[in-house]
Design a protein around this ligand. Structure first.
Ligand code: MN
Length: 359
């Protein structure tokens, strides 16, 4: 089978020669042969399929590193990668859409819309934190109230104080006095204060950068949820039977998955899976991410520390969350599952159901 010039291959693949040269430089698609005298790139016709795949993935907006990873996978695994990329894009878009709605409402001086037909929603909740079976102390903090849900996973010499201090700051927001339109501002301010509080606690330690905490919290106004998040504790949403992780781990392994350098299934066993890229510490200047999220009746939220999510398989968590009706029973069952798997870490869970106040 004859090799094609870059021009002929470009025409056959409907890609420009410029794009093909770029793909070569990026290692996405190397020519079958480069003429040693002229330096011309020559392609084999059986490279057409790969060229088209690269072009399609570029059109989806997939980052180059991730395209590189997809291209070397067998088709079923590549299909799963594309699906997981797209799920992430849709989650990001949904988060931005919520923010856009919020901004439009705020700029036009309106309170967030709540249709007359919709009754105000309430939450029914439970929180449980357990030391597990291996650690001597519990450095996690879990909290659930009528307006606030939070989990923090402390680490280092002052870990327990750090997680308690961060949650304590958020607990000041567990009141009925937050107007929905101010939610994001209030939360951003709380994020700053939580960061300061942890710095204060950890600064007294000999190694202030080694003590700190994760923080994942949800503040609730009756129609909207604001999410605050830093580290590798997680928030999940159960909606229509599906369980979605709505926070993004600030870990080394997650960043490697995002860049296409690691497959999601490899992340769970990676030796450095616990390494945090961001957390509240005695020296960190990073404050938590904040964003808004629309709540619906019958939604169920789970907040947990990695003592649950890194120990109990996702399908088991999903099963408990989807089948145990009472939040109190659900948190107890989740903690028991982690302990039955050896309980290597502190375990914290918060489960909250969004319910019609009439119901
Ligand atoms: Mn932990």
């Amino acid at each position: 089978m004859g090799l094609l010039t870059i021009g002929a291959f470009a025409a056959a693949s409907r890609l420009s020669p410029k794009a093909l040269r770029l793909y070569d430089e990026l290692g996405l698609l190397s020519p079958a042969r480069v003429d040693p005298v002229t330096g011309y790139r020559l392609y084999s016709p059986d490279q057409l399929e790969r060229a088209r795949l690269v072009a399609w993935l570029r059109r989806l907006g997939m980052p180059l590193a991730r395209i590189k990873a997809v291209c070397v996978l067998p088709p079923p695994a590549a299909a799963r990668e594309v699906a997981s990329f797209w799920a992430q894009v849709e989650a990001d878009t949904a988060a931005r859409r919520d923010l856009v709605t919020f901004l439009i409402e705020q700029l036009s001086g309106k309170e967030p819309a709540m249709s007359a037909a919709t009754k105000p929603l309430q939450i029914r909740y439970a929180a449980l934190s357990d030391a597990g079976l291996v650690r001597e102390s519990n450095q996690d903090t879990a909290y659930a109230g009528s307006r606030l849900l939070a989990v923090a996973d402390g680490f280092g010499a002052a870990g327990a104080f750090a997680s308690a201090a961060a949650v304590e700051v958020l607990k000041r927001l567990d009141t009925d006095r937050i107007p929905a339109g101010d939610l994001l501002n209030v939360l951003q301010e709380a994020a700053e204060q939580a960061s300061q509080a942890v710095r204060g606690v950890a600064a007294a330690e000999p190694e202030p950068d080694q003590s700190g905490t994760t923080l994942t919290g949800m503040l609730w106004t009756g129609s909207q949820l604001a999410l605050i998040h830093i580290g590798d504790s997680r928030a999940y949403l159960l909606r229509a039977g599906e369980l979605f992780q709505i926070t993004h781990d600030h870990t080394l392994v997650q960043s490697m998955v995002d860049d296409g350098r690691l497959r999601p299934e490899e992340a769970t066993t990676h030796p450095q899976r616990a390494l945090l890229l961001r957390a509240l510490t005695g020296t960190a200047d990073s404050s938590p991410d904040t964003r808004l999220h629309d709540a619906q009746a019958d939604d169920r939220y789970l907040l947990c520390s990695d003592g649950l999510s890194a120990v109990v398989p996702a399908d088991r968590i999903h099963q408990v969350i989807a089948t145990v009706p009472d939040p109190e029973h659900a948190v107890r069952e989740l903690v028991a599952l982690a302990n039955r798997s050896g309980g290597p870490d502190n375990i914290s869970c918060v489960v909250a159901d969004v319910i019609d106040s009439a119901g």
